[in-house]
Design a protein around this ligand. Structure first.
Ligand code: IMP
Length: 188
């Protein structure tokens, strides 16, 4: 994999800038604060891609909330394998809790389907999904409808603000489209 010493050089174009991300996340935080008034929801961060979204969103919620984290993976390079494995399970009990799953992007929906199946067994009182990005056009699983969506995006492979390509580019402060030349040779 050929990665530039300045990671910004590997970005074809910026899809969503930092200002727009923060503005939209603030709105989502307000919406969640209103919807969960009187409740203490658990924000369940799906590692590692949702780290940036999780912290920014949490800062904009004024309710008493708890944090949990879970690590699942379905991607090899830029191709979703469809098979999801839960690699690290750091769940305290979510029994009778109102859970909001914090996801960076919902693509085919397979990851979310698996996560939902795991959480439903844990006896949560309610489960909703907050995703920063949604690729509705690529959905393969029916019935995965996030209640909170930051941005609907077309079928680009995106990086930044937590999202990676082979573990890199998460630290870009915006959502960008990766240059084809970066992954072309890697996936042949
Ligand atoms: P799904 O199971 O196909 O819905 O994929 C969901 C997961 O794949 C997300 O949590 C991301 O980690 C990853 N993913 C999907 N699309 C992208 C992308 O455009 N860039 C980076 N990661 C992605």
């Amino acid at each position: 994999m050929k990665i530039s010493t300045n990671i910004n050089k590997d970005v074809e174009f910026v899809l969503i800038d930092n200002k727009s991300l923060n503005k939209r996340i603030k709105e989502l935080g307000k919406e969640i604060t209103k919807d969960y008034k009187g409740k203490n929801p658990v924000l369940l961060c799906l590692l590692k891609g949702s780290l940036h979204f999780m912290t920014k969103l949490a800062e904009n919620i004024t309710l008493p909330i708890e944090y949990e984290c879970l690590k699942a993976s379905s991607y090899a390079n830029t191709v979703s394998t469809g098979k999801v494995s839960v690699l690290v399970n750091m769940l305290n009990s979510i029994k009778d809790k109102d859970v909001i799953i914090i996801e960076d992007i919902v693509d085919t929906g397979h990851t979310m389907k698996n996560i939902l199946a795991i959480l439903e067994k844990e006896g949560a009182r309610s489960i909703e999904i907050a995703t920063l990005l949604n690729k509705q056009a690529r959905r393969e699983v029916e019935g995965i409808n996030p209640k909170y969506v930051g941005f609907e995006i077309p079928d680009y492979f995106v990086i930044g603000f937590g999202l990676d390509y082979n573990e890199f580019y998460r630290n870009l402060p915006y959502i960008g489209v990766l240059k084809e030349e970066v992954y072309k040779n890697n996936e042949q």
